[in-house]
Ligand binder design. Sequence first.
Ligand SMILES: CC(C)(COP(=O)(O)OP(=O)(O)OC[C@H]1O[C@@H](n2cnc3c(N)ncnc32)[C@H](O)[C@@H]1OP(=O)(O)O)[C@@H](O)C(=O)NCCC(=O)NCCS
Length: 201
Amino acid sequence: MNPEYAAHQGRLRIRPLERGDLEPLRLARNDAVYARFLTPMPEVSAEQQRAWYEAYLEDGDVLIWGIEDEARGVFVGATALFRFRPKRSGGAAAARASSKKPPCCEAGKTLILPGEAGRGFATRGKILTMAIGFKVLGMEKMDTHVEAENIASLRSTQRCGFTADPRPPKKTGGKGGYFTITKAEFLKLHPQLRDVAIWKV
Ligand SMILES: CC(C)(COP(=O)(O)OP(=O)(O)OC[C@H]1O[C@@H](n2cnc3c(N)ncnc32)[C@H](O)[C@@H]1OP(=O)(O)O)[C@@H](O)C(=O)NCCC(=O)NCCS
């Protein structure tokens, strides 16, 4: 499902994923070396990518933002919030059953186009989605999982303020694993977000 909110800070804007983003994302996704840390899948055709997008628009449990470098007016990648708990579409009973737990979700599924990597877009884009999650969507906590060998993602995760979560069993050894952050920790770490522009699209 596309997000209802967009945000802007500095030269960066995040807004709902558009059909025009699909082809550059598909090409990056099909680059086996580049996408080695994403869910493995055979080469994606343009038709499959369009079908994926239509299914995504109906999926209430994942919100994907396109990241734009406003200074150059270009799309540079995408990032998401997903796996919302309590479930957003689980009905009142499901919401009541898990209402003792603070609302939380995962942050990730980030992909920056190969030609745009290394300029801070992943970190700053993710921070903006997290600002929307914490300030507008009512999240109290976020988690993320990073592969042990994905150094750029690991570094970006730390820059966003996530710290290692010792509770869930580690899927990966070494420097990988689960990371977590609370709303209070996030807002303390990123005081500049007091002025972030967030609006309904
Ligand atoms: C991982 C990924 C999202 C990072 O995007 P990015 O825009 O290049 O990341 P940033 O520019 O925000 O960099 C984050 C940090 O990693 C560092 N970094 C980036 N590439 C690096 C590399 N190849 N080796 C070591 N450090 C690297 C940056 O210097 C930065 O650290 P700093 O803030 O201390 O300088 C991008 O490489 C990508 O899309 N990879 C393929 C898909 C993927 O693995 N997604 C993550 C899984 S959800």
